[in-house]
Design a protein around this ligand. Structure first.
Ligand code: SF4
Length: 154
């Protein structure tokens, strides 16, 4: 069986470049992908949304990333893969939990095989609510993380 799908993007927020690695575990990953794909539309002149102007897909892995986005349901079976990606991240490293499943187990919170939040495995800096959150919510969460890191009050 293959591991989780993953991708790395560069995101520009307030003049700061962030490298973001998405650990795509379930349907929330489609919202992440939608945010990233809009960039390609923007480059083709078909879209000029806020999200589109900020994302850039990189041929890079977690070693080059500043932020790990966990998008989707974390199962107990997948926990070792999450920890392995976490170990490979650059330093300093931050985690954004994207969607209800990653935040708390979501609709599957009482399942015997679902981890009740990725924060049971790794420290989370920002939680983005929703089932699923919209692509714009990803950008808002990353902007919140940038403010936190910069010490700017919310
Ligand atoms: S929060 Fe909802 S949309 Fe996201 S992975 Fe869970 S079930 Fe799917």
């Amino acid at each position: 069986m293959s591991g989780p799908r993953a991708r790395t993007d560069e995101v520009e927020l307030g003049g700061t470049r962030w490298r973001v690695h998405d650990l795509a575990l379930a349907c929330c990953a489609l919202e992440y992908a939608a945010a990233s794909v809009r960039l390609q539309s923007a480059r083709a002149g078909a879209d000029d949304s806020d999200v589109a102007r900020h994302f850039d897909l990189l041929p890079a892995g977690p070693e080059q990333a500043d932020v790990l986005v966990v998008s989707g349901t974390v199962t107990d079976a997948m926990a070792p893969a999450v920890l392995a990606v976490w170990d490979r991240l650059g330093r300093p490293r931050y985690v954004l939990s994207f969607g209800s499943c990653a935040n708390s187990g979501g609709p599957y919170w009482d399942s015997y095989c679902v981890t009740k939040g990725v924060d049971q495995l790794v420290p989370v800096d920002v939680y983005v609510p929703g089932c699923p959150p919209r692509p714009e919510a990803l950008l808002a969460g990353l902007a919140q993380l940038r403010r936190q890191v910069a010490g700017v009050p919310a």
